[in-house]
Write a protein that binds this ligand. Structure first.
Ligand SMILES: Cc1cc2nc3c(=O)[nH]c(=O)nc-3n(C[C@H](O)[C@H](O)[C@H](O)COP(=O)(O)OP(=O)(O)OC[C@H]3O[C@@H](n4cnc5c(N)ncnc54)[C@H](O)[C@@H]3O)c2cc1C
Ligand SMILES: NC(=O)c1ccc[n+]([C@@H]2O[C@H](COP(=O)([O-])OP(=O)(O)OC[C@H]3O[C@@H](n4cnc5c(N)ncnc54)[C@H](O)[C@@H]3O)[C@@H](O)[C@H]2O)c1
Length: 453
């Protein structure tokens, strides 16, 4: 007979949200099992946000030092990837060891099970030859995996995904990056700043297509100035590897030959492997639908990337807090998604919140936009910085419904705009504020002054 464990709540996958939710429920006295097939904490601390931002910190230090001749004298800068790889391994990921996270969960009273969980019937999971029964229900937080696009030959070559790139111990002399979303753009600049000749291949006609076109153009311009070859609107027709080099054939263009290929072409999920059909859900869907309390159906909650509300750690954590309150029967506000912030940590950093101009127009809103170039602000002039602030207003209500802040610390400057969109602060009120001189965020005032139909 299979080994059986009975708990109140079973958490399938411990991404940032799953870990936080299990900790909260365990701390509240529920019997909780957290089931993880890879590393407790999920993609973010081991393969995504945290190691990549450590790499970016290092690449930005190099870029900043390269300003010395412009402003301050001379500097002898010699990039050493060994320092980055050592920090990512030892300080950031503990050599891809999650024992500290497991101990944290255990200390909160949570039982951690290793293995892939599959729903066999409502409230019942199989984990290897163990059966887990969850009296109150199951929370899904399985995240996503890197998708390899269906380019003939590509899957047979030793490409990197983000999971390999964060483990790189050397910088390839040349790198082709497939995909110009946040993952592709962040890695592109890191490896280029450490000396790789990078070609960025983007199928869409612009980088970061979910952001404002002005931000895409700014980034492409910066990448090109740094010696990165940016090719947008490309179709890769085949891929091959001869044991040493990759060759990517491009429709109507020159092939790209590189020592390494990094695939950053989006994510995939597997609802069939999770067994969501046991709840009558579509197993060929990319995720599951949740209500404002993160409920999928009776006794089933979902949080994180698979809810399709934004693949960000802050979303996973936000949803975790709501699901935990719901499970504990606590009074809580439902999820509100009007002010989802997102930051791509390139230089310039691209921060945005809420709706883009195009998305707002598609909704039929009476839209006004205002834009300002950061270089026309005093701080931008002082720093010789490139960037922009763009605000999108619902003119009928007189509130901002979206904004972009691109530039040095663009993600930090964004915070004021997130408050404005979230709290629906009237634009007249924002115009009446005092913005410190000479800050980057003072450019928000100029963008507001520029609002027009
Ligand atoms: C390169 C990269 C950089 C990123 N940078 C940022 C950033 O700077 N900021 C940001 O906010 N977001 C960033 N993201 C996105 C962020 O990593 C995810 O949104 C975040 O990890 C939340 O995901 P999640 O909670 O859905 O689950 P995940 O973090 O994906 O974790 C899910 C866990 O569930 C486990 N699992 C899956 N199926 C099962 C199963 N059947 N049984 C048991 N366990 C299972 C998996 O092994 C995994 O550990 C980045 C992503 C990438 C790829
Ligand atoms: N800083 C952050 O918050 C951060 C950083 C990285 C990732 N993320 C999240 O992780 C998720 C995954 O990011 P991502 O960049 O992998 O995915 P994405 O889906 O955002 O972008 C993938 C890009 O690849 C391109 N593409 C797809 N197939 C291609 C092909 N065959 N050839 C060339 N280009 C192709 C697409 O045009 C698309 O722009 C995103 O939802 C993002 O929000 C967040």
């Amino acid at each position: 007979m299979a080994d059986e464990l009975v708990v109140d709540v079973a958490v399938v996958g411990t991404g940032p949200g799953g870990e936080a939710l299990a900790t909260r429920l365990g701390g509240a006295g529920l019997a909780v099992a957290a089931i993880e097939s890879r590393l407790v904490g999920g993609e973010c601390p081991y393969y995504a946000c945290v190691p990549t931002k450590a790499m970016i910190r290092a690449a930005d230090a190099l870029a900043e030092a390269r300003w010395v001749p412009e402003f301050a004298g001379t500097a002898d800068v010699r990039p050493d990837w060994g320092k980055v790889a050592a920090r990512v391994r030892a300080e950031i990921t503990d050599d891809w060891n999650d024992q500290v996270a497991v101990d944290r969960l255990t200390a909160a009273g949570v039982q951690v099970l290793r293995g892939a969980a599959r729903i066999v019937e409502p409230g019942v999971l199989a984990v290897g030859d163990r059966v887990v029964r969850a009296r109150k229900g199951i929370v899904l937080n399985p995240g996503t995996d890197p998708a390899i696009p269906p380019v003939p030959g590509l899957a047979d070559t030793p490409v990197w995904t983000n999971r390999d790139a964060v483990r790189a111990t050397a910088v390839p002399e040349s790198l082709a990056v497939i995909g110009g979303g946040p993952v592709g753009c962040e890695f592109t600049q890191v490896f280029a700043r450490f000396g790789a000749q990078v070609t960025l291949l983007q199928s869409n006609d612009r980088l970061l297509p979910l952001d404002e076109p002005e931000a895409s153009a700014l980034l492409a311009e910066r990448f090109t100035a740094e010696g990165i070859r940016v090719r947008t609107g490309v179709k890769i027709t085949s891929a091959a590897h001869d044991g040493e080099r990759f060759t990517l054939e491009i429709e109507g263009g020159e092939p790209v030959v590189a020592a390494q290929v990094l695939v950053a072409a989006g994510r995939k999920s597997d609802m069939a492997a999770l067994g969501v059909g046991a709840y009558g859900l579509n197993e060929s869907a990319r995720g599951v639908n949740v209500d404002e309390h993160m409920r999928v159906t009776d006794g089933l909650w979902a949080i994180g990337d698979i809810t399709g509300k934004g693949a960000f750690t802050h979303m996973s954590m936000y949803q975790a807090a709501i699901a935990a309150a719901d499970i504990l029967g606590e009074e809580h506000p439902g999820a509100v998604y009007r002010a989802i912030p997102r930051v791509t940590f390139t230089d310039p950093e691209i921060g945005s919140v809420g709706l883009t101009e195009a998305a707002a127009r598609e909704q039929g809103l009476n839209v006004r936009t205002g834009t300002t170039d950061l270089s026309s602000s005093t701080r931008g002039f002082l720093h010789k910085a490139h960037g922009l602030i763009k605000v999108v207003e619902d003119a009928d209500r007189g509130v901002l419904i979206g904004a972009t802040s691109a530039g040095p610390t663009g993600g930090e400057v964004l915070s004021a705009l997130v408050v404005a969109v979230h709290a629906q602060v009237p634009v007249d009120e924002l115009r009446g504020m005092i913005y410190a001189y000479p800050t980057f965020h003072r450019a928000i005032e100029s963008a507001l002054t520029d609002l027009r139909s």
